[in-house]
Design a binder for this molecule. Structure first.
Ligand SMILES: [Zn+2]
Length: 107
């Protein structure tokens, strides 16, 4: 029986190429396994820290709210009164030593 196979030279070449490729892949797998073992040994710091910080950013430090209208105050410009309803924060925040002797109204 005749089997239609390629010339022995190209078959050898193919074999050699495949062998080289297999060797390279085996080497790669070995390296990856070594790396994986290293990674598994140490605690997963990076991922948990990233997710934790993302979670804390959302929940941490709620914006101050106006005691009058309970709306969140815009960041950055917090004056003496609410920008939404004009509620005077001094009315609820601790008053200064309750000393109305010195007239401090300036407007
Ligand atoms: Zn308000």
């Amino acid at each position: 029986m005749r089997t239609p196979r390629p010339s022995p030279a190209s078959a050898e070449d193919l074999h050699a190429r495949l062998a080289a490729r297999i060797t390279a892949l085996e080497d790669r797998v070995r390296r990856l396994e070594a790396r994986l073992a290293l990674e598994a040994r140490k605690p997963p710091l990076v991922r948990t820290r990233a997710s934790a910080s993302a979670a804390t950013v959302r929940t941490a430090r709620p914006r101050p709210r106006c005691p009058g209208c309970t709306l969140e105050l815009p960041r950055g410009r917090r004056g003496e009164s609410c920008v939404w309803c004009g509620f005077m924060f001094a009315a609820v925040t601790r008053r200064r030593a309750s000393a109305p002797k010195a007239p401090r109204k300036q407007r």
